[in-house]
Write a protein that binds this ligand. Structure first.
Ligand SMILES: *Cc1c(COP(=O)(O)O)cnc(C)c1O
Length: 307
């Protein structure tokens, strides 16, 4: 950092950082577009491929910023419904696409806020049906057992969005990217503001890639703790959704979600109350913590559910 020439503009194309990120996925810098957090990546994708007079499809419940940013660009958002198990139903995708012909179709896998991972067959089906660009948001990808990166192809209008905010523990750096066909990257570069990636961030991104083994070790630990929590909760009166992320969404069977949230809070455990969100009645969400934190959570949950 002390060798940064602060009077100079950064490398506008951020080529070295994009090459470093591309090396994580076996692609070159021409397949990577990076921005200030994946939210800015999503915004750039939507400014490029959505906008006024265009339509964007989401399958609810999902990450709220997909619809929100799409509307900010002037696009109309069309919402499909998920199945009760929160997976995407290809028949519903077919219905939404036939009715609306969306310019952009979102898939979020693992899905925020449910943690559910879409099977490869579903992502393939969406790509085959969608008339426009398919954006697969994989903010939690490393916690899951497969990635849509394996479907990327120069001739397929599909992109995969990733972030350094979650698995890399680098939310403060504001760095996200999309792995995409070269013709998509070229279009995004026309839309983004010049010099949007500062020099310090470009260096941070290049350095971070060198710590991929540390990231994977952290992820592995969290995944094993997630499975331990899921197994313990399977013995309790709750409905839970199989998670491929670092959190578990669940719904108590004999009390309200709000009561569980409050009962845990009374025992100094703070989880997320999703019960007021559309389609998530009585749902709450626990984020996987340290082993000790997870034990405190499980003991407190047991108490709350039996009392
Ligand atoms: C956290 C999150 C993002 C945004 O991440 P940033 O890179 O910090 O902007 C995008 N999509 C999903 C699904 C997320 O959960």
């Amino acid at each position: 950092m002390s060798r940064i020439e602060w009077n100079r503009y950064p490398d506008r194309a951020a080529t070295e950082m994009r090459a470093a990120i591309g090396s994580l996925h076996g692609v070159g810098p021409e397949n990577i577009f990076a921005a200030n957090g994946s939210n800015e990546v999503l915004q750039t994708l939507l400014l490029t491929y959505a906008g006024a007079g265009r339509k964007v499809a989401t399958f609810e419940p999902t990450y709220q910023l997909h619809g929100h940013i799409a509307r900010l660009t002037g696009a109309t958002v069309v919402e499909g419904e998920r199945r009760a198990d929160f997976t995407i139903d290809p028949a519903e995708v077919e219905r939404v696409i036939a009715e609306h012909r969306p310019d952009v179709t979102f898939v979020c896998s693992p899905n925020n806020p449910t943690g559910v991972v879409e099977p490869e067959s579903t992502v393939r089906a969406v790509v085959d049906m969608a008339p426009g660009l398919v954006v697969v948001d994989e903010a939690y990808a490393q916690f899951a057992d497969w990635s849509a990166l394996s479907l990327l192809d120069e001739d397929r209008p599909m992109v995969v969005v990733r972030t350094f905010s979650k698995t890399w523990s680098m939310a403060a750096a504001r760095l996200g990217y999309v792995v995409a066909p070269t013709w998509v990257v070229s279009e995004l570069e026309k839309v983004i503001l010049p010099y949007h990636l500062d020099t310090a961030k470009q260096i941070a991104g290049r350095l971070a890639v060198g710590y991929v083994d540390d990231m994977n070790a952290r992820v592995q630990h969290i995944v094993s703790e997630r499975e331990r929590i899921a197994a313990a909760m399977a013995q309790m009166p709750v409905q839970q959704w199989r998670s491929g992320a670092n959190f578990i969404l669940f719904r108590p069977l004999n009390t309200s979600g709000r009561a569980v949230w409050q009962g845990l809070l009374d025992r100094s455990v703070l989880i997320r109350d999703c019960s007021g969100w559309p389609r998530l009645a009585d749902c709450v969400r626990v984020t996987v913590g340290t082993k000790e934190e997870n034990d405190v959570f499980l003991n407190a949950l047991q108490e709350v559910l039996v009392s």
